[in-house]
Design a protein around this ligand. Structure first.
Ligand code: CTP
Ligand code: MG
Length: 188
């Protein structure tokens, strides 16, 4: 076992995914928007993905996630030097701190693809665009980010479990704050 404070490295690993997922929302401020599914309906009469998934959101989210990831790569040696001063860092966690450009790209891409898969599943379950799907809404992007990221550097399983537990809580907290600040219509 490693020091519990190192659980926070889970956030470091998926930060490009959190940012990609959060910034995709800015797709809605672009005037001419292009739904990824081009309005296509499937046999069940429901949209393939729905009008909430646009190329604009996808690209803004992806680029934002990659920019954050590049900043992380640049600052990683500094973070590493601080960590090793205070706690024992198991060698298997070192690549998670340092990251690489392919890792950052796959984690950001995974978040956006996971979000699309989440919408695909919601439409098949007849959940309308924008209606909540508890856990699916909060975890689709995270799970896919970790899976694609694992192609380059798998996240430690303890960090993965930590993220799966805390991400829905953080998501809810962020939405309640957005609601109190009147940025959001509903507190979920
Ligand atoms: N968004 C976008 N393109 C994406 C993802 C998000 O344009 N690839 C924008 C859309 O305006 C979307 C908003 O961000 O409505 C919020 O994203 P999200 O909650 O993921 O979409 P929903 O509208 O809730 O749709 P769904 O029910 O399919 O999740
Ligand atoms: Mg939504």
């Amino acid at each position: 076992m490693f020091h519990p404070i190192l659980l926070l490295l889970g956030f470091w690993y998926v930060l490009p995914a959190y940012v990609a997922n959060g910034f995709a929302v800015f797709g809605k401020f672009i005037k001419s928007r292009h739904p990824i599914d081009r309005g296509r309906l499937l046999g069940d009469g429901q949209p393939l993905l729905g009008p909430g998934k646009t190329w604009e959101g996808f690209i803004i989210g992806f680029l934002s996630g990659v920019v954050i990831g590049l900043l992380q790569i640049v600052t990683a040696p500094f973070l590493l030097s601080i960590i090793v001063q205070y706690v024992y860092l198991p060698p298997e966690l070192v690549p998670i701190v340092l990251m690489t450009i392919p890792l950052v790209i796959l984690v950001a891409l995974g978040a956006l693809v996971g979000d699309l898969i989440g919408s695909f599943i919601k439409r098949r379950l007849l959940i309308a665009r924008g209606r909540p799907a508890p856990l699916l809404d909060q975890l689709d992007f995270l799970i896919m980010a970790m899976l694609l990221g694992a192609l380059i550097t798998p996240i430690h399983w303890i960090l993965a479990i930590f993220l799966l537990i805390v991400t829905p809580v953080l998501h809810l907290l962020a939405n309640v704050i957005g609601y109190l600040l009147r940025l959001k219509q509903e507190p979920w």
